[in-house]
Write a protein that binds this ligand. Structure first.
Ligand code: NOJ
Length: 677
């Protein structure tokens, strides 16, 4: 810690130091009517935010826009006695104004550079709007598609999660220059293991499972130099994460040596009372401070009770000092002690946001992330087609960003309809077909859609979920496609067999029925700002699918949790995908054990052949990969291991390395791996 921040600290009163640990909404500081309203009744109502403390608060969250940032920061500085600039944080999850595909999709590109570059671009847009910190990456390992937040994660594999965590942190933070922002890895720990995939629900697991599967990605972010970490809402081993000394103090601080800022999740310190872990706000403040949480987001237990706790000798002023120093250190690191407005720039922001360069990356990212789930040979479609019927509730909408769309706008997003028209002009005609609501039974638009399908050479059918059916607070007990969408597909197939389905969703869906009926399925996930162009390019062969799924697709929800790196059991069923029930083996009566699509799965328009696999004594592995098809394409070469006779059991299969290679038709290359981890 520099001398400068030690001096700042020395000049702060105890009250001011405590208030520096408080986080409120950035809108609190706007000079508009809305902000004054918000202080009393808005999201801040859980915070005892009085005039005395409001201009001593150290950090704020959320608010998009350069002008609003300037307004908020200048109002803060004008009224603040000590004039330590506010540090503004925001959920920049998969882009800021330009939205890239959701994180689950980007992970499926298996492209570290892509993950890094989209984070870099998002950081640039966000920094020009005055953001200093993003609440990302979210690296929670996930195994249950009911959980809405799987869209923010990179899936079910600890190694891949760690690689994506590292790339993303590097992308956001870079060398902490003016166009970088600090990253905040979350949600520590194991938030992705909430029971039944229900948000905020209980997490319980062995220490071994925690350490082997759930912790590695947070650790990878820490090793990559992440500046902040957010604790999770859930309990682990009976203790809420924000007050969990074992997690925050023993593992994060002492074992991993993390000395960055720890922040609670939204209101989570006070929620310890609802959990039943704390009797009142004072005890909640005590538990969180003792565990090592520096910033309290959107509840005010610290502000109200830390002084009392210090006077009673329960916690020490040094503990508060340490937390304040960490925050000041980050402010210094970001340069905001000297430049309170940091990189905010109204004009530059306008020029950079949605720039051709950013749009291009968004399009390529969506092309690289899409997964071809099924193709009976109909794809790619020919651009010489005479007429295309574009049908479906996701065909003509810009709401294909996915949750956490930050500053992104639907009207600035290329819908599939626009994308197809950009490629094929007025050969494309559109009919909605049905409503998007998951409980809709309305078939009144079927006839119009079928008429169009009948009179067209081929049909592009855009099915799936509304973008807000996944994300925080959007868990589902049913992950099937809505019945009305299946009915629409069936009716269309009666009049035209040339149907390809473009699927949009923020999670793996249980689409066994779709797999049986649709001739081709291209999973676009939630592709972001350039989703429509990417979809058109992929369907018509201007881009070749290469994405792989990083979260298993179940045949039915009853198989969940389902993931590839599971143990063998003492009574495995011999053929996992055998339909036959084998009594007294580990299986279901009514369904195979195997998933619909496994981790790492994804088709291409070309084919690849592996040969000459060799491993030397040092663990170096070489193999030959050949593009045996007629088109160029990318292949994700994945290296899995299985340990023989371990003392403590290991899963059947574990991903240990991967490389993505691009090969022209007929060409081959040697791929090497060093198996040293
Ligand atoms: C709650 C979410 O769990 C967290 O991920 C997010 O960063 C905060 N809200 C702030 O918006």
């Amino acid at each position: 810690m520099s001398k400068r921040i030690q001096e700042i600290l020395a000049n702060m009163s105890l009250k001011q130091k405590i208030y520096h640990l408080q986080q409120v909404t950035t809108a609190t500081y706007l000079t508009t009517k809305e902000s004054r309203f918000e202080i009393i009744t808005g999201p801040n109502s859980a915070v005892k935010l009085d005039k005395e403390m409001v201009f001593d608060v150290g950090t704020s969250l959320n608010l998009v826009g350069a002008e609003t940032m300037i307004d908020a920061e200048s109002n803060y500085l004008k009224n603040s006695k000590y004039k330590i600039p506010l540090m503004i944080m925001q959920d920049v999850i998969h882009g800021h104004r330009t939205l890239y595909p959701i994180n689950l999709a980007v992970a499926g590109s298996f492209d570290r550079d892509l993950a890094k570059e989209v984070a870099q671009m998002a950081a640039k847009e966000a920094s020009l709007d005055g953001m200093s910190v993003t609440f990302a990456p979210m690296v929670d390992l996930v195994r249950d598609p009911r959980w809405g937040r799987v869209m923010e994660s990179s899936g079910e594999d600890p190694y891949l999660n760690g690689e994506m965590a590292k790339a993303t942190v590097e992308g956001y933070q870079g060398d902490m220059g003016p166009y970088n922002i600090a990253a905040c890895v979350k949600h520590f720990a194991a938030y992705g293991a909430a029971e039944a995939g229900r948000d905020y629900n209980t997490v319980d697991m062995s220490e071994r499972t925690l350490r082997e599967y759930y912790l590695p990605a947070y650790k990878a972010a820490v090793d990559a130099g992440v500046k902040m970490l957010m604790t999770a809402f859930n309990i682990v081993d009976g203790v809420p994460c924000v007050g969990n000394e074992h997690l925050v103090k023993d593992i994060l601080r002492d074992e991993w040596g993390f000395d960055g800022v720890v922040i609670s999740d939204y209101g989570a310190v006070e929620e310890m009372i609802v959990h039943g872990a704390a009797e009142n706000k004072k005890e909640a403040a005590y538990l969180a401070m003792k565990a090592g949480c520096d910033i309290e987001m959107m509840s005010s237990c610290y502000a109200e009770y830390l002084e009392e706790l210090i006077n009673e000798g329960k916690i020490t002023e040094e503990m508060v000092d340490k937390s304040v120093l960490r925050i000041l250190d980050l402010k210094e690191d970001l340069g905001i002690l000297d430049k309170p407005y940091r990189s905010v720039n109204v004009e530059e922001s306008k020029a950079v946001q949605l720039s051709p360069e950013h749009r291009e990356k968004a399009r390529r990212g969506a092309e690289e992330s899409a997964v071809l789930l099924k193709n009976d040979g109909i794809l790619p479609l020919s651009k010489n087609v005479s007429s295309v019927a574009l049908i479906g509730p996701l065909a003509n909408t810009g709401e294909i960003h996915g949750s956490w769309h930050c500053g992104g706008k639907a009207e600035e997003t290329i819908s599939v309809y626009e994308g197809l028209k950009n490629l094929l002009g007025d050969k494309v005609k559109y009919a909605q077909g049905c409503q998007i609501e998951y409980d809709s039974c309305d078939t009144s638009l079927f006839d119009e859609a079928c008429e169009l399908a009948k009179n067209s050479e081929c049909v592009v059918l855009c099915l799936g979920d509304h973008q807000e059916y996944s994300g925080e607070g959007n868990c589902r007990a049913n992950i099937e496609l809505p019945e009305v969408q299946y009915k629409l597909l069936d009716r269309i197939l009666e009049v035209n067999k040339n149907v390809v389905v473009a699927l949009f969703a923020g999670r793996p869906l249980a689409i066994q029925r779709l797999d049986k009926t649709a001739p081709a399925i291209l999973d676009m996930w939630m592709p972001g700002t350039e989703g429509g162009n990417a979809c058109a390019n992929l369907l018509f062969g201007d881009a070749i699918p290469s994405g792989k799924i990083t979260m298993t697709f179940p045949r039915a929800l009853g198989q969940c949790p389902i993931y590839y790196n599971h143990y063998t059991t003492g009574r495995p069923k011999k053929e996992e995908d055998d339909e036959k029930f084998v009594r007294f083996t580990s299986c279901f009566l009514d369904m195979p054990n195997s998933p619909l699509y496994p981790f790492g799965y994804g088709l291409s328009y070309t084919s690849f052949e592996y040969s000459k696999l060799k491993m030397d004594k040092a663990g170096n592995i070489r193999l030959n990969v050949k593009n045996t098809g007629k088109r160029s394409g990318c292949e994700v070469v994945q290296l899995y291991v299985q340990e023989n006779n371990p003392t403590v059991l290991r899963p059947k299969k574990e991903l240990k390395a991967f490389k993505k290679v691009h090969l022209e038709a007929g060409k081959s290359t040697t791929v090497t791996f060093e198996l040293n981890h």
